[in-house]
Structures are given as structure tokens and as C-alpha cells.
Design a protein around this ligand. Sequence first.
Ligand SMILES: Nc1ncnc2c1ncn2[C@@H]1O[C@H](COP(=O)(O)OP(=O)(O)OP(=O)(O)O)[C@@H](O)[C@H]1O
Ligand SMILES: [Mg+2]
Length: 305
Amino acid sequence: MNKHNPLSKSGSLLERAAQVYDYMPSNAAPPVPNPAPELLPPENATAPAAPGMPVPATRYDGPTVIVDRDKLREAGFIVPNGPVTGISEEFRIIKRQLLLSAKGNSRQGPLPHGERILICSAHPDEGKTFCAMNLALSIAAEKDNEVLLVDADFAKPSILSSLGLEGNKGLMDALADPALPVENCIIRTDIPGLAILPAGDQTNADTEYLASSRTAEVLNRLTQHNPNRIVIFDSPPALSASPASVLATHVGQVLMVVKADETTETALRDALSLLAGCDHIQLLLNGTKFSPTGRRFGSYYGYGE
Ligand SMILES: Nc1ncnc2c1ncn2[C@@H]1O[C@H](COP(=O)(O)OP(=O)(O)OP(=O)(O)O)[C@@H](O)[C@H]1O
Ligand SMILES: [Mg+2]
């Protein structure tokens, strides 16, 4: 892997990450089946209701919460209906590529389970949660998509606290207790299109629960009534915790966050090999030369403040 100058402004943070690490994703999109998939109803689409019949409701049984916009702003997250910033622009570009892989278009078919995206990195503190949150907020702003942000960092969950929210039952509880429907753990937010699935209580057997056959069934339930839902998983670091490699087997896309000045080539290669259960992995360059004065992601790489 050749180190190119990460400060170069050309290309998106996906393209620049691929350049810095000389990484060619083995992610050729599947050929478009004939007829093109978007002409067919999604596999899990609910059949349209007959005239006069009630339309099946999206099942969100959990509470609804109000997200503190000031807290979002302070943490450097995209603020819904807020001003356009370097970071909101970066995530616009990133989400377009991910949505294209998830949904396909007239030239390429959707990836299997491409609507499930794991945000991972080799080590702690490389910006996974930061990127997962911003990506979720950016996709939630789309008219045609909704987002479920899943806190899959069971040992060190941080999505709820980042949003100033209280604890709740979550994914691990639903995996451990077959009587608990995962839908009941989902928290609706007042941000249109954004819902959260907390991590739930950590067990001593998180990885085993994740590797069980029940996981596929639980994850299918997350999208079965919502063909337009994108599910973003905030992962633990691949080299520090075993759940990441199991999670990779359940998703269609992995976004691997790298810090150009810190993530070594060896760590990246080791992490990528652990995530081999997913064959569509892209790198995302994150720079965290962050100061309280507001220099962020984009501006670090030379974009305007
Ligand atoms: N591009 C960025 N701009 C500004 N701040 C950032 C950026 N990326 C990360 N941060 C900040 O760096 C800190 C670590 O980031 P984050 O929590 O997202 O890392 P992580 O990879 O999820 O860590 P962990 O593995 O411990 O969960 C946070 O305070 C976060 O807000
Ligand atoms: Mg995190």
C-alpha cells in the first residue's frame, strides 16, 4: 500500500482512502438481472392494500424521543435542517455510493443485503460512531429512505449517550430472549426517518448469540415491513472485539473507517481479513485533527470552514 498525500483535495473521502492505502475494493456490483430489479417489487415488500383495506402499518412499538439538536451540534454531528457544512457535504457523497450499492440502478443490481451497512475500524477511537451517526443523519434526510441506526458495540455502546438518551432494551436482549420481539426495542426519534436500536445488555456470550441462527431471523425483522429502510450498524473495533467479524457476515456492505495518520497498513490488513465475511468493503478516510474551535473532518482536509 502506497502512502499518497491524504491532504489532496481531489476525490471523496472514499476515493482518497482507497488511494492512501492503495486499496481496491473487491466489490464489483452484481450484474443487473433482466428485468432490472427496480422494476420488480422488493422481495420483502408488503403487497399493496386492496382499495378500502387498511394499509399495514410500519411496526415501531418502542417509545419516541426528542433528540437534543444542541448536543448534535456540539458533537460535530449533522444537524437536521441545519446549514450545509463540509461534513454534511462529505456524507452526501458517501451516502450516494452506499445507497447505490444498496438499491442498484438501471446499470447495476442491488447488493444482497446491501441495505445493511456495518461501520467498522481496526482500532478504538478511529471515528466509527462519529461516521455511523453522521451517515444515519444524512440518509434520514433523504425523502425516500429511512434509517435504523443499530448500536452494535455491545461492550461499549455510545449511540444513546451521544444523543443524550437513556438506556433501553436492545439488540442483544432480543437475541438472547426469543420472547422479546426486536421491534419492541426500537426507539423512534423526532428526527424524521431516524430510529435507533440500542445495543442492549452485554452478555458473556455476545459473539455466540450473534453467530446463532436466530440472528438472521432477528435482522430480517428489521426490514421486513420497511423495504426503504437502511440499517446502519455501529461496530466495535475489529481488532479488539470478536463481534465485528460475525457482524460482517450479516451485512451487505462494510465501511471501514481509517485514520490516514494513525491506522497502519498492517492493522488495516488484519482488520480486513477479519471482516472477510462481507465481500463489499470500502474504506472511509477520517481525520480527527479536531479542535473545539470547530475544525472538522472536511476542513482538516482543506475544505472551507
Ligand atoms: N471527523 C471527525 N471530526 C471531529 N471529531 C471526530 C471525528 N471523528 C471522530 N471524532 C471524535 O473522536 C472521538 C472518537 O470517535 P468515535 O467515538 O466515533 O470513535 P469510535 O471508533 O467509535 O471509538 P470506539 O471504538 O471507542 O467506539 C469522538 O469524540 C468523536 O466525536
Ligand atoms: Mg464507537
